[in-house]
Each structure stands twice: as structure tokens, then as C-alpha cells.
Design a protein around this ligand. Structure first.
Ligand code: 2DT
Length: 212
């Protein structure tokens, strides 16, 4: 049976600060993958539909206060809840385009003053992405975009700390993209990097050591 097994899908993560254009790029990337006949699906964290996700949603909208440590653990739990499903999809050959992951978890919580090493621990053992596409945008430029300021973390000082935390998590699996360019320019770079990662993932085993 193993000889007829499908090559696995790739775990592609899109990260960035608020209003960096992540959601549009995820949609564009999914379209680009489908256009090449690649089986791909969208995943979004936080998943606001689960029980933990509903609490996170109230927190983000400012309707509920939750201790910084506790909400950090909720965001992590929200990812752990999906891990079996995510692993099964990857193993059946589906590539996943993930809008935010543990990097957001650490970057945002540490920006509120929590210890960065502490923040990394609850996500230990999550699947390691094949590629992290980081949409880098100056927080002052982001603040000029429509809709900014609607949610809890959308303040320039906070976003500046988030950006530098993201940078301290970057490793060789990251591609840092200038998100001040046009949607088309960014999308071209995103899909080229993603397609290369889908190819490479076919011959690389999944790794459950996120911070290795
Ligand atoms: P969206 O606007 O992309 O829905 O993000 N966040 C996200 C955290 O603080 N920790 C996490 O683990 C994740 C995944 C980033 C909602 C906000 O939630 C923040 C922005």
C-alpha cells in the first residue's frame, strides 16, 4: 500500500501584523494553487467557531477581559484542537494555506509583556510549517489602511513590538516579503515561493517540532 501512497501536502503559513493584507494574499494563493491543479485548502487561526474560539472572539472584540497568560493558552489550545485534522489532511495530500499560526501567538503575547520563551512552550509539538510567508509592513502604513483600530491589538506601539517579535522568530523557513507593494506584486512572490515549497514537501517528512 505504501507504494501507492500520495505525496503529502505542504503546510504553508502566512503571517504578519494587522492590516498587512494577509487575508487577500491567502485567497490569491489558494486560487493560484488550484489553478495549477494542486489540492489545497484554507485554514485560519484563531478558529473563532470552536468553544475556545468563541471566547477568543469576545476577547478580541473587547467584550471580555481575560488574563494575558490565560488567553495565550487559549490561542494555543485553539491550534491543538485542529492538529489531528490538519495532520490527516496533509497526509492525504492536501496542501494547507494557514492564515496565522503559533508565530502570531508568540509575537502578540510577548508584545503585551509576557516572556517570549514562556510564550513558545505551549505550542511545542505542533507541526512545523514548510514555509512561513511573512508580509512585512510598517505599522504606520498599516494604520492608514481601512478598518484599522477595530480590534484590541490595533495600536501602532503594540504593532511595532509585534513586528520585532516576529523578526526574532524568523528562521530559514521564512520568506519575508515587502507588503507595501501592490497586491499583484506580492501575490506573484507568494505563489512562486509556495509552489516551490509544495514541490519540496513531497520528499520531506512532516516535522512535529515547531521550534526546532
Ligand atoms: P485576525 O485578525 O487575523 O483574525 O487575528 N492572535 C492570533 C494572537 O494574539 N495569538 C494567536 O495565537 C493568534 C493566532 C492576532 C486576530 C488577532 O489575534 C491575534 C490578531
Amino acid at each position: 500500500a505504501s507504494q501507492t501512497q500520495q505525496p503529502r501536502g505542504a503546510l504553508l503559513v502566512v503571517e504578519g501584523g494587522d492590516r498587512c493584507g494577509k487575508t487577500s494574499q491567502c485567497t490569491r494563493l489558494l486560487d493560484a494553487l488550484h489553478a495549477r491543479g494542486i489540492d489545497a485548502r484554507a485554514v485560519k487561526f484563531p478558529d473563532r467557531t470552536s468553544e475556545t474560539g468563541k471566547l477568543i472572539d469576545l476577547y478580541l472584540k473587547g467584550a471580555k477581559d481575560v488574563d494575558d497568560h490565560a488567553v495565550h493558552l487559549l490561542f494555543s489550545a485553539n491550534r491543538w484542537e485542529s492538529m489531528k485534522h490538519i495532520r490527516a489532511l496533509l497526509e492525504q495530500g492536501t496542501t494547507l494555506v494557514v492564515d496565522r499560526y503559533a508565530f502570531s501567538g508568540v509575537a502578540y503575547s510577548a508584545a503585551k509583556g509576557l516572556d517570549l520563551e514562556w510564550c513558545k512552550q505551549p505550542d511545542r509539538g505542533l507541526l512545523r510549517p514548510d514555509l512561513v510567508l511573512f508580509l512585512d509592513l510598517d505599522p504606520i502604513a498599516a494604520a492608514r489602511r481601512a478598518g484599522y483600530g477595530e480590534e484590541r491589538y490595533e495600536r501602532v506601539d503594540m504593532q511595532q513590538r509585534v513586528r520585532s517579535n516576529f523578526m526574532s522568530l524568523a528562521d530559514g523557513s521564512w520568506k519575508i516579503l515587502d507588503a507595501s507593494r501592490t497586491v499583484d506584486e506580492i501575490a506573484a512572490d507568494v505563489s512562486a515561493a509556495a509552489i516551490a515549497a509544495v514541490e519540496a514537501a513531497r520528499s520531506t517528512p512532516l516535522c512535529s517540532d515547531l521550534w526546532c
